[in-house]
Design a protein around this ligand. Sequence first.
Ligand code: TRP
Length: 338
Amino acid sequence: MQKGEKHMQRMMANLMTAVLCVLMAGCSTSAGKEETEGTALKRIGIIQLMEHTSLNQIHDAVMDELSALGYEDGVNCRIDYENAQGDTNNLTTIVQTMEGNGEDVVIAITTPAAQAAMALSDTTPIVFTAVTDPIAAGLVESLDKTDKNITGTSDAVDVTSIMDLAMEFVPGAKTVGYIYNPGEDNSVSNLKKLQAYCDEKGLSVETAGITSSSELQTAAQTICQKVDIIFVGNDNTVAEAMPVLSNTAIANGIPVFTGADSMVKDGGLATKGIDYTQLGKESADMADMILQGTPVSDIPVRVYAEDLYIYVNTKTADALGIEIPSSVTADAKYVEVN
Ligand code: TRP
């Protein structure tokens, strides 16, 4: 069967469920209740760690795909969306609320959100979304062994490719600055990769740890005095205040290479990274498969190692007076951001 046909069939099936629900609700005597003669609306929980460009993009992609698949909040399902606003205490409360709701599936956006959602996995299937290193985060044992009621999508960062790209832009770079929140396992994992790359190439690494995005300005200003370039992986705490880092780095003449296109949109110089809209869409597809009865253990973790694009912010390049190498602009997967 063609993908499109399958999609169509799925939409029709969901549409019919919707019609049936509405008809049954009409006959039900328990007005105002969603439960009708044993047919409860499916509940989809969505937990987002905080607001930043990439997470909002992922959230929108998830919602668009759920809607394309026929899910309509309040009509044929319930979508419970919660945003922790960057506070891990909020995550705990949200997870408790979702436990009380009895969600049929929970979609958790980011590593910290997925780690918090693990507490639900005894009873609720979890689809994690944009988790950099699901193994290091303790979510799965291996990418195709998803037997703990948890699966999802990974935005693993290709640190080697990004650093190779950085060296094309700044061939003489000797010292690389790395800013991160040591509390984010995604960033600890990226630091290990960066360290391995730099050891091999004879570069040195200067790190700066922050625990909240309000510390980014000072950390950026300090590290700019010590390094030739900055690399930030896909740290949520940094991403939340990325424009602050971008402006500080530009003012100091230091190029910033990132692990995500959103951080290039927010003023970083360049990355080689994935398409987060595709990742969000496929995360929603996984949640749909689970709701339709596919066992979680049949759905391996999806990574996007082959689908990498080069994103370059031309305004930032201009501001730094850096020329974009022709090898980069000639690349078939070159995307200009401005
Ligand atoms: N990968 C991050 C995590 O594991 C989440 C994330 C997605 C992210 N897109 C991003 C972080 C962009 C920073 C920038 O939690």
